[in-house]
Each structure stands twice: as structure tokens, then as C-alpha cells.
Design a binder for this molecule. Structure first.
Ligand code: DX5
Ligand code: ZN
Length: 216
């Protein structure tokens, strides 16, 4: 399939949120990426349910919600109610990952698991068949605008092999430091969905930047 772009609004202008949402709506972006940080799992706090609800009100594309929080199980129902279509939890934050994934699916959402840069792909061997999406962090989670970690290419190749070997239908998403310099190589390595934040929202013309990312 042609690669998808999930626009991370973390670095969008929140004083003009409606304008930023409209920009994404009319662009060739495929999903909205929403980063939820609790100040415990990651050293930063972002936003919560009220913002998700506002985005949902105007978004014409699926909401891809990335939870960087401990104990996500407590809030699965609330994320569904706020408008999440895809809900991704961190492997490192879920001691009972299988239960968490089943719970997300039972609430009618697609279920994803994210791996921090130091977490090997092999930890997913016995869960990959249950996943709709695997999110490989290509920076340490917590902030936009960080430098892409180049070991990620090896991880993507290993994940692609695991998905094929286990006949999983999971898509591969990457998040952090994605721009025009690495998009083509990531897609060639097997990436289906690219999360892009600051490269879109800090560019002079986000719409043409998105076109370039889609055409890469
Ligand atoms: C980082 C977040 C990312 C972030 C990506 O913890 O998960 O989604 O917004 O931002 P860029 O594209 O600027 O690296
Ligand atoms: Zn993210």
C-alpha cells in the first residue's frame, strides 16, 4: 500500500487549533496523531480528553491516539468516548499487554503497541497476531523536534520479518524525527504509516510539505 501520513499536532498552534485541524482536513494527510503524555511515563505533559474531543468535533480523518502514560487500562473507555479510532499503548507501560489489547478492541478501536528505542522487536513475538499496528519510536518519547535514531532501520526490518513470519496484519508506524530526508528509506524498509510533527507544522507551507512527504 502507499504510505500514510499521520500528522502529530503536538507542535501545532493550539491558539488556532480549528485552523490547524482544517489545514490537515484539506491536505493529503491520512490520520491525526495525538500524543498523550502523563509526566510519569515520559518527562513531559501534553494534553488530555478536552483537546481530543475538540479535534474529534472537526476532524474528517481518523484519530490515531498515542498514549505515553502508565496504567492506560484505566482510561480506555474514556479515550473511545473522546473520539479515538486507533489507540496505541506502550509495551513498557503494560504488564498485562494481552488484556489491554483485547480491552481496546472490545471498545471498537484498532489496537496498537509502541516500542521505545531500546525495546527489541522480539518482545512482540507472542502478541503480534493480535495487533492492528506497531509503532516504532524513532526518538525517545516525550518531545517533538528530536533527532531520528538511525538504528531504527534494523528494527523496522526485523519487525517486517516478524509480521510476515507470523502472518500478522499489523501495519508498521514510525514516530519521531521523520522528514523528507528519511521518508523514502523508511518506506523502503517496510513502514506503512509515518508520524510527522514539527516538519509539517514548523514548515512555511504545511500543505506542500505534506504533498512532498506523500510523493517521496
Ligand atoms: C514524541 C511524539 C511524537 C512527536 C513527533 O514523543 O510521540 O509524535 O510529536 O514529533 P516530530 O515529528 O517533531 O519528531
Ligand atoms: Zn507520537
Amino acid at each position: 500500500m502507499a504510505h500514510l501520513i499521520s500528522a502529530s499536532i503536538l507542535n501545532a498552534d493550539f491558539s488556532n487549533l480549528k485552523k490547524e485541524i482544517d489545514l490537515i482536513n484539506v491536505s493529503r494527510t491520512d490520520w491525526f496523531h495525538l500524543d498523550i503524555m502523563d509526566g510519569v511515563f515520559v518527562p513531559n505533559i501534553s494534553f488530555g480528553f478536552p483537546i481530543i474531543e475538540q479535534v474529534k468535533k472537526y476532524a474528517q480523518k481518523p484519530l490515531d491516539v498515542h498514549l505515553m502514560i502508565i496504567e492506560p487500562d484505566k482510561y480506555i473507555e474514556q479515550f473511545k468516548a473522546a473520539g479515538a479510532d486507533i489507540l496505541t499503548v506502550h509495551y513498557e507501560a503494560c504488564p498485562h499487554l494481552h488484556r489491554t489489547i483485547q480491552n481496546i478492541k472490545a471498545h471498537g478501536m484498532k489496537a496498537g503497541v509502541s516500542l521505545n528505542p531500546h525495546t527489541p522487536v522480539s518482545v512482540l513475538e507472542d502478541i503480534i497476531q493480535d495487533l492492528d499496528l506497531v509503532l516504532i519510536m524513532t526518538v525517545n518519547p516525550g518531545f517533538g523536534g528530536q533527532k531520528f535514531i538511525s538504528n531504527s532501520y534494523n528494527k523496522i526490518s526485523r519487525l517486517k520479518k516478524l509480521i510476515i513470519d507470523k502472518k500478522s496484519t499489523a501495519v508498521i508506524e514510525v514516530d519521531g524525527g521523520v522528514d523528507l530526508s528519511n521518508t523514502r528509506m523508511l518506506v523502503d524498509a517496510g513502514v506503512d504509516v509515518l508520524v510527522v510533527g514539527s516538519f509539517i507544522f514548523k514548515s512555511d507551507n504545511p500543505t506542500t510539505t505534506i504533498d512532498a512527504l506523500k510523493n517521496a
